[in-house]
Design a protein around this ligand. Structure first.
Ligand code: C2E
Ligand code: MG
Ligand code: MG
Ligand code: MG
Length: 299
């Protein structure tokens, strides 16, 4: 079906696109309502361990958004984070994630569990000059050491509009929070800019980890070369390097061999609810490849 769009352009609509658009509108309405009372509307954070590569010891957690929608079931954050970004809801959603992560950190501290939590930030949150002061307010509210909070931004986010981004990242770093560059290797980094960022960790993207033991000989060799180069770069700049999406012992072995400091992936643990992690920390049903030291200190 063809329709005449504005300016005399011919625009083609597939029926499925209309359904899709209507579906997105409905989801957006649900998200807007959910944000009025997130915890009562199925929005929650799950936490996935980051471990020391050599022995699987827990050294941090990544907070990942989950939405258990009343009719749709689990909706992927890839779906609704993007929707929130396009509709101006990301600031509210992002603030809730920070608030929720800080509340969980405080709960764990009270139980003697001291661990760093990383929160993912959208590129739009890095355009918000009010972000650092709101982060400070949350830390103060819960009397948290700032170093227990880390932010993850993707490599492409970090390299976008660098002057504005640097300004906000420096303000966050001045509070004492940590920074990680996510999905590293998938964007185009300016190395001189990377050096100026107040960054602690590079996360090698899952696609390279997957290719370490999948695909043909050439793909595996390329993935190895890329991982090796990122490890060298990170260490030369004094940064930690973490590989994400580690699923097999073979991947782990290569990553340790290549000098990766930290690992994250289903081989160690899936993202789980905060209470599940609390139980693991006292030794209940802790996954076999994961080690949790008593009172884990933030590394
Ligand atoms: P990300 O930050 O790169 O997170 C890693 C994704 O890989 C997560 O998917 C995680 O569940 C998944 N994962 C972890 N280990 C493995 C593994 O061994 N194998 C495989 N196949 N997957 C693994 P998830 O939770 O669906 O999140 C997807 C993306 O959504 C995240 O990518 C992040 O970009 C975004 N996201 C999630 N939570 C938030 C949030 O609070 N704020 C923002 N802005 N974005 C978020
Ligand atoms: Mg991340
Ligand atoms: Mg990632
Ligand atoms: Mg990723």
């Amino acid at each position: 079906e063809a329709k005449r769009g504005g300016g005399g352009r011919i625009v083609f609509f597939a029926p499925s696109m209309e359904v899709d658009a209507r579906d997105q509108m409905e989801l957006l309405g649900d998200l807007r309502r959910a944000l009025e009372d997130p915890s009562a509307s199925g929005l929650m954070l799950h936490y996935q361990p980051k471990v020391r590569a050599i022995d699987g010891t827990l050294i941090g957690l990544e907070a990942l958004l989950r939405w258990q929608h009343p009719r749709r079931g689990w909706v992927s954050p890839l779906q609704f984070v993007n929707l929130a970004e396009r509709s101006g809801l990301i600031d509210r959603l992002g603030d809730w994630v920070i608030r929720e992560a800080c509340a969980q950190l405080a709960t764990w501290r009270a139980l003697g569990l001291v661990v760093r939590v990383a929160v993912n930030l959208s590129v739009l949150q890095l355009r918000d000059v009010g972000l650092p002061s709101r982060v400070r307010a949350r830390l103060e509210e819960h009397q948290l050491p700032a170093g227990q909070l880390m932010f993850e931004i993707t490599e492409s986010t970090a390299m976008q509009d660098v002057e504005a981004t640097l300004h906000i990242l420096d303000a966050l770093a001045a509070l004492g929070t940590e920074l990680s560059i996510d999905d590293f290797g998938t964007g185009y980094s300016s190395l001189s800019y990377l050096r100026r960022l107040p960054v602690r960790e590079l996360k090698i993207d899952r696609s390279f980890v997957r290719d370490l033991d999948e695909g043909d000989e050439r793909q595996r060799a390329d993935a190895r070369a890329i991982v090796e180069a990122v490890v060298r770069l990170a260490h030369a700049l004094g940064l930690h390097v973490l590989a994400e999406g580690v699923e097999t012992p073979a991947q782990r072995q290569v990553l340790v061999q290549l000098g990766c400091d930290e690992l994250q992936g289903y081989l160690f643990a899936r993202p789980v609810a905060g209470e599940t992690l609390t139980r693991w920390a006292v030794g209940e049903d802790c996954p076999p490849a994961l080690r949790i030291d008593p009172g884990v200190a933030a590394a």
